[in-house]
Write a protein that binds this ligand. Structure first.
Ligand code: GLA
Length: 384
């Protein structure tokens, strides 16, 4: 996995100075999908896949960013920052720089190296890991800092306003505020959160369908628009409702007939998912893993059937896990339409579980899935 020593020397030999290095983790969402932009609840955990950002100042007023993953260098003028992204990997770091500049920070020249092992387009928040690691790196140069929730909002804005992906706040928030061995229940309205320990004997097994998705892509936007259209209809009857967070299943009984059929389904997913997410955190806190598993199964069905956010491969990955020993709960995680499933599995059985699941999936699709046995890691931090 990461080798900060090799990363540091890679930066030093390329840019001629020893960097300050920061890490921003990716995440897995245990439950609470497409609820964040409805000001609802999510319960993610950070994972031991991350982005490293190394930074050193420059005297020539340039911002030079090197991505080790892409083997490519991009150069910008710190005094004339681009106002928008250019559909390139450099949009993620430059989005953060641009938002910080918009907040009144004078951006100096710097060299930034990036390297990450969060699989791209797999629903594990590679984008947020880059934004968050970059934010910590640039802030260190500015001698500035922000409280975690504020920094998460700035990184989300980088993605919304610069990259052009309409994501919610979950990914950036957990990457910054995660706690090792814990899941975090976030209220996406108030940004208040509660930590729930993941017991030692439980592993997070992440199974990649190898089907790629993109938050900037059309499906995410369509689903979001459909659920917001349902919200607007409820709001026309109950003005107190500003987001689906405020709506109830009774509202759907009353006014669902006024909604486009797809909108009604999307809203039913979001409203019921909020209830499940809060209930799942309670169950985890009281150690009721059977209930956690039941809620994850229900969440997957809702995501797949009502939200239509899954795909054949992800539905199969969940189905194939069901009768394997050690499984506590399985569901598709992240933005949807591919990516990974998250499986809570008894740690002592996790390796056998991963082997069996991989073999079954390969037999069905002829694709060898990457399956990782992860643990919940801490949030973004400097590496000293
Ligand atoms: C992506 C987005 C998040 C969230 C999830 C779906 O990961 O970046 O903000 O909306 O999809 O839960």
């Amino acid at each position: 996995m990461h080798d900060p020593v090799a990363f540091r020397s890679m930066h030093s030999s390329r840019f001629g100075a020893e960097p300050a290095v920061f890490v921003g983790p990716g995440r897995v969402n245990i439950i609470g999908e497409h609820t964040d932009y409805a000001e609802g609840f999510v319960m993610p955990a950070a994972i031991n896949f991350a982005c490293l950002a190394g930074i050193t100042p420059r005297a020539d007023g340039k911002i030079v960013i090197y991505s080790e993953n892409y083997g490519e260098e991009k150069s910008f003028d710190a005094a004339a920052l681009p106002a928008q992204g250019s559909r390139n990997w450099s949009d993620y770091p430059m989005g953060v720089v641009s938002i910080l500049a918009g907040e009144g920070h004078k951006i100096p020249g710097f060299s930034l190296s990036l390297w990450g092992d969060v699989p791209l387009g797999s629903g594990l928040s590679s984008s947020a890991s880059v934004e968050v690691a970059t934010a910590l790196a640039v802030l260190s140069l500015l001698n500035a800092s922000f409280p975690g929730p504020v920094l998460a909002r700035l990184c989300q804005r980088a993605e919304n306003e610069f990259v052009g992906a309409n994501c919610g706040i979950m990914d950036q928030f957990i990457s910054i505020n995660a706690r090792e061995d814990h899941a975090l229940l976030l209220d996406c309205r108030t940004l208040e959160y509660k930590l729930a320990p993941i017991p030692d004997h439980v592993a997070l097994v992440i199974a990649n369908t190898m089907v790629k998705h993109s938050v900037a892509g059309g499906d995410y936007k369509t689903r979001r628009a459909e659920s917001e259209a349902a919200c607007a209809i409820i709001a026309s009857h109950r003005p107190g409702v500003t987001f689906l967070r405020d709506a109830t299943l009774e509202d759907l009984d009353k006014w669902g007939s006024e909604m486009a059929p797809k909108s009604l389904l999307r809203a039913r997913h979001v409203i019921s998912e909020n209830l499940r997410t809060v209930a799942c955190c309670d169950a985890l806190l009281r150690g009721d893993l059977a209930e956690v598993g039941r809620l994850m199964a229900e969440a997957h069905t809702s995501y797949s059937k009502d939200f239509e956010g899954s795909c054949v491969e992800a539905d199969a990955m969940v189905a194939l896990a069901q009768d394997l020993s050690g499984l506590i709960g399985a569901r598709l995680t992240g933005g949807g339409f591919g990516g990974c499933t998250v499986n809570l599995v008894e740690r002592s059985q996790a390796a056998a579980f991963a082997d069996a699941l991989g073999a079954r999936y390969t037999a069905q699709f002829g694709i060898v899935p990457d399956i990782h046995i992860c643990h919940a890691s801490g949030g973004a931090h400097p590496i000293v």
